[in-house]
Design a protein around this ligand. Structure first.
Ligand SMILES: C[C@@]1(CC(=O)O)C2=NC(=C\c3[nH]c(c(CCC(=O)O)c3CC(=O)O)Cc3[nH]c(c(CC(=O)O)c3CCC(=O)O)/C=C3\N/C(=C\2)[C@@H](CCC(=O)O)[C@]3(C)CC(=O)O)/[C@H]1CCC(=O)O
Ligand SMILES: NC(=O)c1ccc[n+]([C@@H]2O[C@H](COP(=O)([O-])OP(=O)(O)OC[C@H]3O[C@@H](n4cnc5c(N)ncnc54)[C@H](O)[C@@H]3O)[C@@H](O)[C@H]2O)c1
Length: 204
Protein backbone atom coordinates (compact mmCIF):
# COMPACT_ATOMS: atom_id res chain seq x y z
CA UNK A 1 0.00 0.00 0.00
CA UNK A 2 1.27 3.49 -0.84
CA UNK A 3 1.52 6.25 1.78
CA UNK A 4 -0.44 9.41 0.89
CA UNK A 5 1.83 12.47 0.73
CA UNK A 6 1.71 15.94 -0.85
CA UNK A 7 4.85 16.84 -2.78
CA UNK A 8 6.43 20.11 -3.91
CA UNK A 9 7.46 19.50 -7.53
CA UNK A 10 7.81 23.11 -8.70
CA UNK A 11 10.74 23.35 -11.15
CA UNK A 12 11.58 19.67 -10.57
CA UNK A 13 12.64 17.87 -13.74
CA UNK A 14 10.21 15.16 -14.77
CA UNK A 15 11.03 12.83 -17.64
CA UNK A 16 8.13 10.97 -19.22
CA UNK A 17 8.96 8.07 -21.52
CA UNK A 18 5.96 7.52 -23.80
CA UNK A 19 3.46 10.17 -24.82
CA UNK A 20 0.12 8.39 -25.19
CA UNK A 21 -3.26 8.56 -23.47
CA UNK A 22 -1.96 7.63 -20.03
CA UNK A 23 0.94 10.09 -20.30
CA UNK A 24 -1.54 12.84 -21.18
CA UNK A 25 -3.44 12.14 -17.94
CA UNK A 26 -0.43 11.85 -15.63
CA UNK A 27 1.64 14.71 -17.08
CA UNK A 28 -1.24 17.12 -16.40
CA UNK A 29 -0.80 16.65 -12.62
CA UNK A 30 2.90 17.55 -12.79
CA UNK A 31 2.25 20.46 -15.11
CA UNK A 32 -0.43 21.93 -12.82
CA UNK A 33 2.11 21.75 -9.99
CA UNK A 34 4.78 23.65 -11.95
CA UNK A 35 7.22 20.85 -12.79
CA UNK A 36 9.60 21.02 -15.80
CA UNK A 37 8.50 18.20 -18.08
CA UNK A 38 10.33 16.50 -20.93
CA UNK A 39 8.60 13.80 -22.92
CA UNK A 40 10.62 11.25 -24.86
CA UNK A 41 8.49 9.45 -27.46
CA UNK A 42 8.26 9.08 -31.23
CA UNK A 43 4.61 10.23 -31.15
CA UNK A 44 2.53 12.53 -28.93
CA UNK A 45 -1.13 12.34 -27.87
CA UNK A 46 -3.05 15.41 -29.25
CA UNK A 47 -3.31 16.94 -25.75
CA UNK A 48 0.46 16.68 -25.29
CA UNK A 49 1.03 17.94 -28.83
CA UNK A 50 -0.90 21.08 -27.89
CA UNK A 51 1.15 21.56 -24.72
CA UNK A 52 4.34 21.16 -26.76
CA UNK A 53 3.19 23.72 -29.35
CA UNK A 54 2.37 26.18 -26.57
CA UNK A 55 5.88 25.69 -25.15
CA UNK A 56 4.60 24.18 -21.88
CA UNK A 57 6.61 20.94 -22.18
CA UNK A 58 9.78 19.78 -23.96
CA UNK A 59 9.75 16.88 -26.41
CA UNK A 60 12.52 14.58 -27.59
CA UNK A 61 11.07 12.96 -30.68
CA UNK A 62 12.67 9.53 -30.52
CA UNK A 63 12.43 5.99 -29.21
CA UNK A 64 13.95 5.05 -25.88
CA UNK A 65 15.96 1.82 -25.64
CA UNK A 66 16.64 -0.61 -22.80
CA UNK A 67 19.63 0.34 -20.65
CA UNK A 68 19.14 4.13 -20.88
CA UNK A 69 19.53 6.30 -17.78
CA UNK A 70 17.76 9.59 -17.12
CA UNK A 71 18.81 12.60 -15.08
CA UNK A 72 15.72 13.49 -13.05
CA UNK A 73 13.99 12.87 -9.75
CA UNK A 74 10.68 11.77 -11.28
CA UNK A 75 10.68 9.21 -14.06
CA UNK A 76 7.35 8.26 -15.63
CA UNK A 77 7.49 5.08 -17.72
CA UNK A 78 4.39 5.01 -19.90
CA UNK A 79 5.14 3.35 -23.23
CA UNK A 80 2.82 0.64 -24.52
CA UNK A 81 5.76 -1.81 -24.27
CA UNK A 82 5.44 -3.35 -20.85
CA UNK A 83 8.82 -5.12 -20.90
CA UNK A 84 10.59 -1.88 -21.86
CA UNK A 85 8.84 0.03 -19.04
CA UNK A 86 9.79 -2.69 -16.56
CA UNK A 87 13.39 -2.92 -17.69
CA UNK A 88 13.82 0.89 -17.48
CA UNK A 89 12.33 0.69 -13.99
CA UNK A 90 14.78 -2.02 -12.88
CA UNK A 91 17.60 0.11 -14.34
CA UNK A 92 16.67 3.40 -12.61
CA UNK A 93 18.99 5.34 -10.31
CA UNK A 94 18.54 4.47 -6.61
CA UNK A 95 17.28 7.96 -5.73
CA UNK A 96 14.75 8.18 -8.59
CA UNK A 97 11.01 7.98 -7.99
CA UNK A 98 9.65 6.02 -10.92
CA UNK A 99 6.10 5.40 -12.06
CA UNK A 100 5.34 2.42 -14.30
CA UNK A 101 1.99 2.81 -16.04
CA UNK A 102 1.39 -0.91 -16.46
CA UNK A 103 2.22 -1.73 -12.82
CA UNK A 104 1.17 1.27 -10.76
CA UNK A 105 1.14 -0.48 -7.41
CA UNK A 106 4.70 -1.70 -7.92
CA UNK A 107 5.76 1.86 -8.80
CA UNK A 108 7.32 4.23 -6.28
CA UNK A 109 4.37 6.61 -6.68
CA UNK A 110 0.72 6.33 -7.70
CA UNK A 111 -1.82 8.98 -8.59
CA UNK A 112 -5.00 9.66 -6.62
CA UNK A 113 -8.19 11.28 -7.84
CA UNK A 114 -7.84 14.93 -6.77
CA UNK A 115 -10.36 17.57 -5.84
CA UNK A 116 -9.08 21.12 -5.37
CA UNK A 117 -11.05 23.94 -3.71
CA UNK A 118 -8.75 26.82 -2.84
CA UNK A 119 -6.44 25.64 -0.07
CA UNK A 120 -8.31 22.35 0.26
CA UNK A 121 -6.86 19.35 -1.55
CA UNK A 122 -8.79 16.14 -1.36
CA UNK A 123 -6.91 13.14 -2.76
CA UNK A 124 -8.39 9.67 -2.83
CA UNK A 125 -7.31 6.30 -4.06
CA UNK A 126 -8.89 2.87 -4.13
CA UNK A 127 -5.41 1.31 -4.11
CA UNK A 128 -5.87 0.44 -7.75
CA UNK A 129 -9.16 -1.42 -7.13
CA UNK A 130 -11.16 0.98 -9.32
CA UNK A 131 -9.96 4.38 -10.61
CA UNK A 132 -13.43 4.90 -12.05
CA UNK A 133 -14.99 4.41 -8.58
CA UNK A 134 -12.45 6.86 -7.12
CA UNK A 135 -13.47 9.46 -9.69
CA UNK A 136 -17.19 8.96 -9.00
CA UNK A 137 -16.70 9.16 -5.23
CA UNK A 138 -14.65 12.34 -5.70
CA UNK A 139 -17.53 13.92 -7.64
CA UNK A 140 -20.05 12.89 -4.95
CA UNK A 141 -17.85 14.38 -2.22
CA UNK A 142 -17.46 17.58 -4.27
CA UNK A 143 -21.23 18.07 -4.15
CA UNK A 144 -21.20 17.79 -0.34
CA UNK A 145 -18.51 20.36 0.41
CA UNK A 146 -19.70 23.69 1.84
CA UNK A 147 -20.11 26.25 -0.98
CA UNK A 148 -18.09 28.79 1.06
CA UNK A 149 -15.13 26.48 1.69
CA UNK A 150 -12.55 28.58 -0.17
CA UNK A 151 -13.41 31.79 1.68
CA UNK A 152 -13.70 29.89 4.99
CA UNK A 153 -10.17 28.54 4.60
CA UNK A 154 -8.76 31.98 3.79
CA UNK A 155 -10.43 33.33 6.95
CA UNK A 156 -9.22 30.38 9.07
CA UNK A 157 -5.68 30.67 7.75
CA UNK A 158 -5.44 34.37 8.65
CA UNK A 159 -7.15 33.85 12.01
CA UNK A 160 -4.85 30.96 12.93
CA UNK A 161 -1.68 32.88 12.07
CA UNK A 162 -2.84 35.76 14.24
CA UNK A 163 -3.92 33.56 17.20
CA UNK A 164 -0.57 31.75 17.22
CA UNK A 165 1.34 35.04 17.66
CA UNK A 166 -0.70 36.17 20.70
CA UNK A 167 0.45 35.69 24.33
CA UNK A 168 -2.17 33.04 25.14
CA UNK A 169 -1.82 29.71 26.89
CA UNK A 170 -1.74 26.60 24.67
CA UNK A 171 -5.16 25.65 26.06
CA UNK A 172 -6.67 29.07 25.18
CA UNK A 173 -5.23 28.87 21.66
CA UNK A 174 -6.60 25.36 21.25
CA UNK A 175 -10.10 26.42 22.36
CA UNK A 176 -10.25 29.40 20.01
CA UNK A 177 -8.81 27.46 17.05
CA UNK A 178 -11.52 24.87 17.71
CA UNK A 179 -14.31 27.41 18.12
CA UNK A 180 -13.66 29.28 14.85
CA UNK A 181 -13.97 26.09 12.79
CA UNK A 182 -17.51 25.42 14.04
CA UNK A 183 -20.13 25.74 11.32
CA UNK A 184 -22.27 27.99 13.52
CA UNK A 185 -19.36 30.42 13.99
CA UNK A 186 -18.20 30.33 10.36
CA UNK A 187 -21.66 31.25 9.09
CA UNK A 188 -21.84 34.46 11.15
CA UNK A 189 -21.68 37.50 8.86
CA UNK A 190 -19.58 39.36 11.46
CA UNK A 191 -17.18 36.50 12.24
CA UNK A 192 -14.11 38.74 12.03
CA UNK A 193 -15.54 41.03 14.69
CA UNK A 194 -16.59 38.05 16.84
CA UNK A 195 -13.03 36.74 16.63
CA UNK A 196 -11.63 40.12 17.75
CA UNK A 197 -14.04 40.17 20.71
CA UNK A 198 -13.07 36.65 21.68
CA UNK A 199 -9.36 37.50 21.54
CA UNK A 200 -9.86 40.67 23.58
CA UNK A 201 -11.90 38.86 26.25
CA UNK A 202 -9.37 36.11 26.69
CA UNK A 203 -6.41 38.53 26.94
CA UNK A 204 -7.99 40.57 29.78
C1 LIG B 1 -7.55 8.88 -10.31
C2 LIG B 1 -6.89 8.93 -11.68
C3 LIG B 1 -5.72 9.90 -11.59
C4 LIG B 1 -5.06 10.12 -12.89
O1 LIG B 1 -4.69 9.18 -13.59
O2 LIG B 1 -4.97 11.28 -13.25
C5 LIG B 1 -6.47 7.54 -12.03
N1 LIG B 1 -7.06 7.12 -13.16
C6 LIG B 1 -7.89 8.08 -13.63
C7 LIG B 1 -8.68 7.99 -14.78
C8 LIG B 1 -8.90 6.85 -15.60
N2 LIG B 1 -8.32 5.65 -15.46
C9 LIG B 1 -8.82 4.81 -16.42
C10 LIG B 1 -9.75 5.51 -17.23
C11 LIG B 1 -10.58 4.93 -18.38
C12 LIG B 1 -9.97 5.26 -19.72
C13 LIG B 1 -8.88 4.33 -20.06
O3 LIG B 1 -9.15 3.12 -20.21
O4 LIG B 1 -7.74 4.79 -20.28
C14 LIG B 1 -9.76 6.81 -16.73
C15 LIG B 1 -10.47 8.01 -17.32
C16 LIG B 1 -11.58 8.48 -16.50
O5 LIG B 1 -12.11 7.78 -15.64
O6 LIG B 1 -11.93 9.63 -16.76
C17 LIG B 1 -8.45 3.43 -16.64
C18 LIG B 1 -7.42 2.81 -15.84
N3 LIG B 1 -6.66 3.37 -14.84
C19 LIG B 1 -5.82 2.41 -14.33
C20 LIG B 1 -6.00 1.24 -15.10
C21 LIG B 1 -5.16 0.02 -14.95
C22 LIG B 1 -5.78 -0.93 -13.99
O7 LIG B 1 -6.93 -0.78 -13.60
O8 LIG B 1 -5.05 -1.86 -13.70
C23 LIG B 1 -7.05 1.48 -16.01
C24 LIG B 1 -7.72 0.53 -16.96
C25 LIG B 1 -6.91 0.26 -18.16
C26 LIG B 1 -7.58 -0.73 -19.05
O9 LIG B 1 -7.99 -1.78 -18.53
O10 LIG B 1 -7.66 -0.44 -20.24
C27 LIG B 1 -4.91 2.57 -13.24
C28 LIG B 1 -4.78 3.63 -12.39
N4 LIG B 1 -5.43 4.80 -12.49
C29 LIG B 1 -5.22 5.51 -11.36
C30 LIG B 1 -5.63 6.81 -11.21
C31 LIG B 1 -4.50 4.74 -10.32
C32 LIG B 1 -5.45 4.13 -9.30
C33 LIG B 1 -6.23 5.12 -8.49
C34 LIG B 1 -7.19 4.46 -7.56
O11 LIG B 1 -6.83 3.48 -6.91
O12 LIG B 1 -8.32 4.91 -7.40
C35 LIG B 1 -3.87 3.65 -11.20
C36 LIG B 1 -3.70 2.34 -10.50
C37 LIG B 1 -2.52 4.08 -11.70
C38 LIG B 1 -1.92 5.30 -11.19
O13 LIG B 1 -1.36 5.31 -10.08
O14 LIG B 1 -1.91 6.23 -11.94
C39 LIG B 1 -7.83 9.32 -12.83
C40 LIG B 1 -9.20 9.83 -12.36
C41 LIG B 1 -9.46 11.19 -12.94
C42 LIG B 1 -10.20 12.09 -12.02
O15 LIG B 1 -9.97 12.10 -10.82
O16 LIG B 1 -11.00 12.90 -12.54
N1 LIG C 1 -2.22 3.57 -15.16
C1 LIG C 1 -3.23 3.79 -15.96
O1 LIG C 1 -4.05 4.64 -15.69
C2 LIG C 1 -3.33 2.97 -17.22
C3 LIG C 1 -4.52 2.98 -17.95
C4 LIG C 1 -4.55 2.34 -19.19
C5 LIG C 1 -3.39 1.69 -19.63
N2 LIG C 1 -2.25 1.65 -18.88
C6 LIG C 1 -0.96 1.09 -19.38
O2 LIG C 1 -0.17 2.25 -19.75
C7 LIG C 1 0.64 1.99 -20.91
C8 LIG C 1 0.42 3.09 -21.96
O3 LIG C 1 -0.92 3.17 -22.34
P1 LIG C 1 -1.43 4.29 -23.33
O4 LIG C 1 -2.89 4.08 -23.45
O5 LIG C 1 -0.92 5.63 -22.93
O6 LIG C 1 -0.72 3.83 -24.70
P2 LIG C 1 -0.59 4.63 -26.09
O7 LIG C 1 -0.46 3.62 -27.15
O8 LIG C 1 -1.63 5.68 -26.16
O9 LIG C 1 0.81 5.40 -25.94
C9 LIG C 1 2.05 4.77 -25.96
C10 LIG C 1 3.13 5.81 -26.11
O10 LIG C 1 4.41 5.21 -26.00
C11 LIG C 1 5.24 5.68 -27.03
N3 LIG C 1 6.32 4.71 -27.28
C12 LIG C 1 6.27 3.48 -27.82
N4 LIG C 1 7.49 2.91 -27.86
C13 LIG C 1 8.35 3.80 -27.30
C14 LIG C 1 9.75 3.81 -27.07
N5 LIG C 1 10.52 2.77 -27.37
N6 LIG C 1 10.29 4.92 -26.49
C15 LIG C 1 9.52 5.99 -26.18
N7 LIG C 1 8.20 6.03 -26.38
C16 LIG C 1 7.62 4.95 -26.94
C17 LIG C 1 4.31 5.89 -28.21
O11 LIG C 1 4.88 6.73 -29.18
C18 LIG C 1 3.13 6.52 -27.49
O12 LIG C 1 3.38 7.90 -27.30
C19 LIG C 1 0.26 0.59 -21.35
O13 LIG C 1 1.32 -0.25 -20.88
C20 LIG C 1 -1.04 0.24 -20.63
O14 LIG C 1 -1.04 -1.10 -20.24
C21 LIG C 1 -2.22 2.29 -17.69
Amino acid sequence: MHMPLFLEVKNQTVIAVGGGAVAARKVRHFLDAGAAITIIAPKLHPFLQQLYQKGKIKWQEREVHEGEHFNCLFLLLMTDKKELNMSLYENKQPHQLAYVANDAMKSDVSFPAVLQRGALSLALSTGGASPVYAKQLKNKLADQLPAEIEADLIFLDQARKRILTLPLTPEQKKQILQKITEEEFLRQGNRQQLLEEMLEAVQK
